[in-house]
Design a protein around this ligand. Sequence first.
Ligand code: GYE
Length: 358
Amino acid sequence: MKKGLLGMMTAAAMTAAMVLSGCSGSQTAATTAAPAGETKTEAAKTEAAKTEAPKTEEKKDLLVVGFSQVGAESDWRTANTESMKSTFTEANGYKLIFDDAQQKQENQLKAVRNFIQQDVDYIVIAPVTETGWDTVLQEAKDAGIPVIIVDRMIDVSDDSLYTAWVGSNFLQEGYDAVAWLGDYLKKNNRSDDDINIVTLQGTIGSSAQIGRTDGVEEKMKDYPKWKMLERQTGEFTQAKGQEVMESFLKTYQDIDVVIAENDNMAFGAIDAIKAAGKTCGPKGDIIIISFDAVAAAFDSMIAGDMNVSVECNPLHGPRVAEIIQKLEKGESVDKIAYVQEGVYPADTAAQEKPKRAY
Ligand code: GYE
């Protein structure tokens, strides 16, 4: 762990220093600056580090990042974890302390407090839910440790409790799903039909659930013939998605569309539909709309089971690293940064699949 002058400052002095420097919370900005009188070129420095610096010195220079991850509930999450782990490596100048919260916010709060105790350089959180963060983030702020939020958002009373957020526009994803369905029904001359929809929601209270549910609900108002029969959470997992879909199929005889708020729940729903002797996908009875667009969703579309997946990009490792590097240099960073995403219908799947990175 790197400690310098700033690491010894009191929290109040630290806040004052950050305000004065216009830096949005880098604890270590000053500690990485070259000492006065340093004249070596970058290349010479690298060379010197290779030959002269003892191993322990190199270790000392690593930026310590504590990352509290949601869990391992989906393919998206696996890709996200992989992106973070392959970015925050010792070779790249980091020591990553990774914590899997197993989808429980209480575990995240413990992890963050642990990071504070270990006096890490940065805390990165992929939050399970939006609310409940004020107290622990105040503790991080008091300790002078910058917090970066990734993927889902947080809802805090004071925005200065985190330095930056990067992730997806989940509301837009919900809008995109409705726009796709409207077009699809039109192309299939079903615009005047009554359309019955069920939704498998993600973890209740997570931004990905809130945005996708609200986005669909808002835009559905333009389609008076569409009816949302029921929404229930499948916790973003395949097993729970299957279980909830089984119960939907028992309750409702005439489901036209399933909206699964992630691919893994859609896979579970597809299994349930097949087990009930029904069909789905472009040639089947039930339309499957999903979110994430992970590799397995493309396989499902190619197999003819899924109709569309609205992209949600999990490759946040390099994005978070870029934020940290800017903070290290004392540069300002965007408080909120959305990632650009697309919509992948089944008829594009075979062509797109080879280009996918996750
Ligand atoms: O859609 C889902 C994962 O927060 C965007 O979490 C993420 C969501 C993603 O479990 O598959």
